[in-house]
Design a protein around this ligand. Sequence first.
Ligand code: UDX
Length: 454
Amino acid sequence: NLTTPTISVIGTGYLGATHAACLAELGFRVVGVDRDRDKIARLAAGEAPFSEPGLDDLLRRHTASGRLRFTTAIRVAAEHADVHFLCVGTPQSAAGPEADLAGLWAAVRDLGRHLTRDCLVVGKSTVPVGTAAAMAAELGRIVPPRISANVAWNPEFLREGHGVQDTLHPDRLVFGVDSPSAELTLRLLYERPIAAGVPVHVTDLATAELAKSAANGFLATKVSFVNAMAEISERAGADVVALADILGDDPRIGRSFLDAGIGFGGGCLPKDIRALAARAAALGASSAPALLHAVDEANARARSRVADLALELCPGAGARVAVLGAAFKPRSDDVRDSPALDIARRVHRAGAEVRVYDPEASLNARAVAPELTYVASLETALRGAELVLHLTEWPEFAAMDPRWAARLVRWPVIIDGRNRIDSGRWAAAGWTVHSVGRPRRGAPARALVADPAG
Ligand code: UDX
């Protein structure tokens, strides 16, 4: 019954769990499917398996009402839903830069074989362009006789920490379709955001798939561009923050994603630019792979430059280093490909005694970097530190009183890897402040290091 379609969401990671809960909020009956029993048990109990503002509330309300269910049996989805959203993760392959689609294909085949009714299969996962067409062909081969499974692509641009908001109030909708009925179904599902004025882009399947990779590729390029400008600024005595403000006032450029620092990380941008470069190369495109590799390399350099500076400023082996932040960005407990954690590990490997404080990500960080020491407060991290690294811009770090912090540390030297602390105020409180792409503030750290008493 396509007036109120029943929905399944296959893959309940970050994207799928949020999408399932938001569709329930929009009024649909939804079943979420995943192979991970623990995850499904937590979701079914109305609890988000990761931290995401607003998600717990949606899960609690809609699992209680029965509008939202969770199961490990894809058969349940295949037999009951009119629309299936594919939200299976597509991580980077262990062996190379390309995306690993094994999980996605397993889900598609499992679903296809169990179908007992006509349906629309809508891809949301980030995939190499061309996957949707291959999927349509595969479904054509494997679905039971007299059953039709149409394919559409509807990429998602949600940011971690804003997932619920971005899903309920997207800034655009993309419908990659190859039939009018697929478009109609998607318009029905997104009736509310469309009524609220969200622009809809109806395209072919390939453009919709590419839209997601290209959006992330462009955001990554902006960050690497400004980090490249930061390196020039440092060498020339310029200030990259003022520079970004000037660039940002040009509406053709825009100020967002021009914050210089230790670069981008997380579960999307790094793997997506590598996958896009690999796919571009496989398609025989000549300029995209080189451009995207340069973006990736500049991002790696942004981390190394801060790690190298930290080692230069460490007063010898066994130096005590306070690391503020482990998550790849603030308001997230995600440490996947986190530049902060990467730098902390490098400084530790070089022989420093590293103490990490992160308001939310310590548990996840400990799982991937158990060699580091995690402390439960900012104060414990700072006490006795000979160098402070500010690596994830949690608001509480920028809000800290530099005089209070100066009394706790052994030497008041900080590298602000996110350009978020007020360097003038910190310098006035006696700190040496190294930022990214900005002139140093306060006395040279070496002078302090040479004379700890003074
Ligand atoms: C990103 C995209 O924004 C989102 O549209 C897509 O759906 C998934 O990937 P997310 O991974 O949640 O979202 O992180 P985002 O907030 O975009 O930040 C990515 C990384 O870039 C972070 O490590 C952040 O610290 C870094 N960044 C961002 C900068 O270094 N400078 C900036 O100016 C902006």
